[in-house]
Design a protein around this ligand. Structure first.
Ligand code: AMP
Length: 192
């Protein structure tokens, strides 16, 4: 399996977020899962890559050239793809993967996640989207998304687009057991 992980660049966050990321990275390597990520060396991106490399796993970074020019790329990650734009990077993240996992992060992580949810709603991306809700970090987002549905901005079926889990050891099962989704989703993308 190949999965993409979206996560924070910040190094100043609580250590529990680092611990959860490290645990997840080990579980992914144990399950022989290849990881695609943003290519960063700091924050949760840094610990994700460091742990996967230390465990002998496979990781690939995808980063726009301008970030590499300011030396944000992780120096020890060998497999790298540099894109012209942020948009191109985001579309490459989703190519050929079997699932997407989002860990806590800032606006970068949130916008990547929301784009993937929107593409899945339109049937343009069909793989599982798992959100690791460490420390209840994503509770406000969960509430917001559920409110989109309860107030009929979105369809009830859209609740199957994402799955929130509380601990790293629930992530891989959540990917394997995610509700089926396909391009037919376009037909209920909008509540009419
Ligand atoms: P955030 O969750 O806001 O930290 O955003 C993570 C995303 O921010 C990454 O995918 C990048 O687009 C970008 N980013 C911000 N700072 C860095 C950094 N130091 N190294 C790599 N990417 C970064």
């Amino acid at each position: 399996m190949k999965i993409c992980v979206y996560c924070a660049s910040s190094a100043k966050i609580n250590k529990s977020y680092f611990e959860a990321t490290e645990s997840l990275a080990k579980l992914l390597v144990d399950d022989n899962i290849e990881v695609i990520y943003g290519g960063g060396a700091t924050g949760l991106m840094g610990i994700l890559a460091d742990t996967i490399l230390a465990q002998g796993g496979k990781i690939k970074g995808i980063m726009p050239k301008f970030m590499n020019e300011i030396e944000w790329a992780h120096k020890k990650v060998i497999d790298f793809e540099f894109t012209e734009t942020m948009h191109e990077r985001k579309s490459k993240f989703l190519e050929g993967i079997d699932g997407l996992v989002t860990l806590p992060g800032g606006s970068g992580t949130l916008e990547e996640l929301l784009e993937a949810i929107t593409l899945k709603r339109l049937g343009l991306f069909t793989k599982p989207i798992i959100i690791l809700n460490t420390n209840g970090f994503f509770n406000p987002l969960k509430e917001m998304l559920e409110r989109c549905v309860s107030e009929k901005f979105m369809h009830e079926k859209h609740l199957d687009i994402w799955k929130f889990v509380d601990t790293p050891n629930q992530v891989i099962n959540a990917i394997k057991e995610a509700a089926d989704w396909d391009s037919e989703a376009i037909h209920f993308a909008t509540n009419k």
